[in-house]
Design a protein around this ligand. Sequence first.
Ligand code: DGL
Length: 269
Amino acid sequence: LNAPIGVFDSGVGGLTVLRALRGVLPGADFVYLGDTARLPYGTKSVLTVTRYAEQCAALLVARGICGLVVACNTASAAALTALRTAYPALPVIGVIEPGARAAVACSRSQCIAVLATESTVRQDAYRLAITRLSPAAQVRSRACALFVALAEEGWTEDAIAQAVARRYLDPLFGDAAPGAAVPDTLVLGCTHFPLLAEAVRAVLPDGVQIVDSAQTTALDAAQQLRTRAAAGQGRVQWLATDGAERFARVGGRFFGSALLAAEVEIVNL
Ligand code: DGL
């Protein structure tokens, strides 16, 4: 029996996590759901995002998954506890705690900057997760809603992306009071943002490390799901709530290899 691992995001951002998951669990089967009809999640209320996440999870559970990876920071911040309560027998893995762990491990100064969606920042999700691991850490967060749109549009490496990155990053790194701690680590706290890493790097002060949660999340998932997912054949089923062609076109960039629109099943939530 080869039950797939369920993975979902508001759109194609979670494909950065799926890519890392396939790297550490090459034999596992996956079913990926992008809730493209309702993207973005990051500007919506916690109540709405929780409802969306519960619907995504229910659809994947109905497909017989052996574990669930919430490959969306916004949904992880809002709904991880609710999902774990709803499915007590199912391993449910989020991206925030692994991202926080990666940042704490990387930072010498324990002064950490976080770029995320409005919702993740409003919930203070990274500061809570980071200070749980490193109580004296200082965390500066910044909501970057436009990054989601830029990533979905594929405008990730040009002057526009850099200009937007500069606008978002300057308050985090540029205007520190004399003597104040300056972050030495930057967390890409949204699964869409790794696509903007080059633009962010171009405007970041020298010596600041960029971390994201894809790899640490994948390692967590591997630890929890290796036995359950062992009998697969490395297949991925693609589900989206709207726009198979767009999902395939944009998703290929996030996933790192071409996706076929004909292989994307449109589902209703
Ligand atoms: N990729 C999602 C995240 O990690 C959210 C993007 C969005 O829908 O706003 O937060």
